[in-house]
Design a protein around this ligand. Structure first.
Ligand code: SF4
Ligand code: SF4
Length: 490
């Protein structure tokens, strides 16, 4: 009899299965219907030695059945590569290849023009007064760097970030004109990440002429938006956002096709209400624009912000869960009734995306040592340029994680250090994590002090939610999953 193993079979018994239990098997990245004895034994297998495992199940199941299940688990492990106790170790990415790719395959340049903003949203982590502002010369240099390092990219995007980039519109315009005039520049996506309150007639004409896309922060109807999104005097901002959008659409009605929205959903976490409001977007209705806006719903991160001081911290997770469950209930009910198309688009996206990713997942055994699936790889494709010209892997990381500057380019040793930091933050935990092949944890959250445990919990909860939904639909409403067959991964 084998002694106690260090770990348990990697996988998870899925909830929501009314028929035979369903086991998510990490080693094969597959869902397996198993008989009830296997379903009881698998979550314990490996943690307990056989005698202990049998003792734990003794009151529930006949010993002969459990012995048969243990033999079956061992056979399936040896013959079919199922029920492994650990995955391959996390390993440094191929940094040489990463550095090589960064010479030609950057596809997304994010220009951090400054942290300054005309608003004072209560959940905003940025310091709106201090900090550098990117000069026009630096912004042009950043574009030139990107242009020469993206010749092998199939699509190219330049995003203008702040703070509020409309405070620095001459810089935006200078880069946008230069990009448009460059070879292939008509195809470059130029995106402004804006609160839209500063859209005046002069700016919207330039935006129309250069075909800029806008990603507008708008948190839903006024009573939800104005709770957290305030101006410098603490006043509401919803009306200013709508006025800015009205000015844009009056000059450039076609801009509706280049507009996307990001709704940061804070307490009371009314995801369903926000999604429904956008689906019948009052401004488009008023202007006779017959399209449904594209909206991403994010959860507000209140940690350390002024918004947190106005909330009862212990109530927040419960409030979030209630709001999320309300939206998930609507999603599940619509899927069950074959009415997915009637769902507000932003609400459907919250779960559709996971089901699509599941459909396109890599099946079968893992190829070998590497990074867990979800954590993005610093230095790959995306490049953030800070106002002083230093380079970072993305806009979420701070100055301590710079990977070079515009004069010297990407510094391979800094890139290596970042990857080493990620490995150190993760330790050996990914090897024995059941969610390793579904993980969407973010690099920045993982390396933040104390961040790994918290973001791993969130990534595992997200993976569990996806699997439970997939299993429940598979068993009860398989037709509802037909939409994934024609889908593509973004
Ligand atoms: S608009 Fe954006 S940058 Fe400005 S205060 Fe609000 S969240 Fe912060
Ligand atoms: S959830 Fe955490 S431990 Fe699990 S694979 Fe993702 S990063 Fe690794």
């Amino acid at each position: 009899m084998p002694g106690p193993a260090a770990s348990v079979s990697l996988g998870r018994l899925c909830a929501g299965a009314d028929g035979p239990p369903v086991w998510y098997d990490t080693a094969q990245n597959a869902l397996l219907a198993v008989d009830p004895v296997l379903g009881a034994a698998l979550p314990l297998f490996g943690r307990d030695n056989d005698a202990e495992l049998m003792a734990r199940l003794a009151g529930e199941l006949p010993g002969a059945d459990v012995r048969r299940a243990l033999a079956e688990i061992r056979r399936a492990r040896a013959d079919e590569g199922l029920f492994a106790l650990a995955g391959p170790p996390a390993a440094l990415a191929d940094l040489d290849a990463l550095v090589r790719d960064a010479q030609t395959k950057l596809s997304h340049l994010v220009l951090g023009l400054s942290e300054r903003c005309n608003l004072r949203c209560l959940y905003c982590p940025q310091d709106h007064e201090a900090g550098n502002v990117m000069s026009e010369a630096t912004a042009r240099q950043a574009w030139a760097f990107f242009a020469s390092h993206s010749v092998g990219a199939s699509r190219r995007t330049v995003s203008f970030h702040g703070g509020e980039p409309l405070l620095h519109f001459p810089v935006v315009e200078a880069v946008a004109r230069t990009a448009r005039a460059a070879p292939g520049g008509r195809q470059v996506r130029l995106c402004l990440d804006t609160n839209a309150t500063l859209l005046d007639e002069a700016k919207v004409r330039v935006i129309a002429e250069l075909g800029l896309e806008l990603q507008v922060s708008l948190d839903g109807p006024a009573h939800l938006h104005d709770r957290w999104r305030r101006d410098a005097r603490g006043g509401p901002t919803h009306a200013s956002v709508m006025a800015g959008l009205r000015r844009l659409l009056a000059v450039d009605p076609g801009a509706a096709r280049r507009l996307r929205f990001v709704a940061t959903v804070g307490p009371p976490f009314a995801f369903a209400e926000v999604a429904a409001w956008f689906d019948d977007f009052p401004l488009y209705r008023e202007l006779g624009i017959g399209i449904t806006p594209v909206v991403r719903l994010n959860t507000a991160n209140l940690a350390g912000t002024r918004a947190a001081q106005r909330c009862e911290p212990r109530a927040l997770p419960l409030l979030w869960l209630a709001g999320r469950n309300e939206a998930r209930g609507q999603y599940a009910a619509a899927m069950a009734a074959g009415r997915r198309r009637d769902l507000p688009r932003a609400l459907a996206d919250l779960w559709d995306d996971g089901l699509v990713r599941w459909h396109h997942r890599r099946r079968g055994p893992e190829p070998g040592p590497g990074f867990p699936t979800g954590s993005c790889r610093p230095g790959l494709r995306r490049l953030f340029v800070a106002p002083d010209g230093t380079l970072r892997p993305c806009e979420r990381v701070g100055p301590g994680q710079a990977i070079g500057d515009l004069d010297q380019g990407i510094d391979p040793s800094a890139l290596r250090r970042l990857h080493e930091d990620l490995l150190a933050a993760l330790g050996d935990r990914c090897r024995t994590c059941w969610a390793r092949r579904l993980c969407r944890a973010c690099f920045t959250a993982l390396v933040a002090t104390g961040g790994a445990a918290e973001s791993c919990r969130a990534a595992q909860a997200q993976a569990a939610d996806l699997l439970d939904l997939q299993v429940s639909l598979q068993q009860h409403h398989p037709d509802a999953l037909a939409f994934v067959a024609g889908s593509r991964l973004e």
